[in-house]
Design a protein. Sequence first.
Lengths: 114, 111
Amino acid sequence: NAGVTQTPKFQVLKTGQSMTLQCAQDMNHNSMYWYRQDPGMGLRLIYYSASEGTTDKGEVPNGYNVSRLNKREFSLRLESAAPSQTSVYFCASSDRGQGAGGYTFGSGTRLTVV
Amino acid sequence: TQLLEQSPQFLSIQEGENLTVYCNSSSVFSSLQWYRQEPGEGPVLLVTVVTGGEVKKLKRLTFQFGDARKDSSLHITAAQPGDTGLYLCAGARGSNYKLTFGKGTLLTVNP
């Protein structure tokens, strides 16, 4: 099925460990996004890529890095995980600027940092 | 500062009841979207409204965009247990590629 695929679905890290969250879309969308969702905080934008070859910071970029590997793939890296990064992470893609065509979300990665 | 305020935060109703949830802002948006998120899944787009005063209907769901494009509402008629979920509104501003999300309304429809 066409859509956004995120891996892994679940992950437990120890404080200080690093990991990369993978995201791939097969809809030929130009723009891709990484959000985190926390209780009472809603969805907060970490980084986004308006088009292949560009990345920009969102609302909460500290502690994260991203790579737009190609048009399909957009990865999120935690270099030194902290308990405050325990969250559910969502990748999304959209066809046009302003998300005018709507975002397609992946099913999320549930990350726990202990 | 939360650009999009959603209310109520929680809503628990019985099957068959009607309900309205709201999405308000002091900012003008070029378009506004509504998403529904079920437990363990990502949000799924329900509708996009782009014109002030626009009304869109999706079966039992009616979406309205305020005349000034600062607010929106979602009305559900004869709610069903399958409507249970987190309803999120999200706004786009100008040429910005980023959507701003509200914190959501968690709806529970009891059989």
